[in-house]
Write a protein of this length. Sequence first.
Length: 323
Amino acid sequence: MTHIQLLGTGGTIASRGAGSTGSVATDTAADLSRSQYGELTVSARDVLTTNSYRLDLGDLRLIAEATQEALADRDNDGVVLTHGTDTLEETAFLLDLVHRSPKTVVLTGAQQPADSPSPDGPRNVEEAVLAAASPGLHNSGVLISFNGTVRSARGARKAHTTASSPFQGGAEVAHTAGDQLVVTAIPRRRHPPLPLPPAAFDTTRVEIVTAYPGATPDLLDFAVQFGAQAVVLAGTGVGNAGPGFAENVAQAVESGCAVVLSTRVPWGPVVPLYGNGGGTDLVAAGAIPSGDLNPFQARILAALLLSHGTSAAELPWAFEAHL
């Protein structure tokens, strides 16, 4: 009989108590699922019980370690991780970067608290268990299952604050039709997995600075002065920023702080095209293009590489190797 390990971390799916004090994650992993789904059995344990907007890199490291432990257990045929939707895309991408098992890891959550009139958590968990157990999704890495759609972790992001299907992006790999899972694609694993995050990951400083009309590079300078090891610049369009940014990127890189160039646009790659302080000048100043990675997933990759001892000077080639 196929067995799935459910790991709980909290989030809306585990939250109760809406009202003047707001919902708070309180339910355990055991509260979130049944012990059996047809011919599938499920065991549950808690890693954390918190809302995901409170997570830090140390918490993400604990989740990665717990996931690796569950994958290494021969009794488990797959892993489901319940997680708050606010930062699910970062945790999912970190897990995908270090994933080295043919077994599938599926993250899910909820948009409605557990004590709402129509909670969506139970159905999402059921569909995630089905995906984690599917032989057709073996060797798919880490996936996100929500409201009947299963997508790859890389490239996914939360695109709506309240919709029942909040995630977009990535590659859609499966969907549910009634009680059946229909597999439509398998993500290509293009890169060798990285090691699990070390303890240094907890305190790795990678900040995000956003470009907008009238923005100055002062926040970039501030991040460098106060110990950032890297800064992700969420540029406009295909990766641009206004006056002064190219010069300050060069100063940051010279001082030993790496700069990664991403875009604030939800979809599409960074393509350095423009001079006069645009992406061409930013890359010439030492910024590292993030390819298709959004600023938040680019930050996770940079932090993981830096925590493993990659220097700011080595980061460009190391980063490019995992795009």
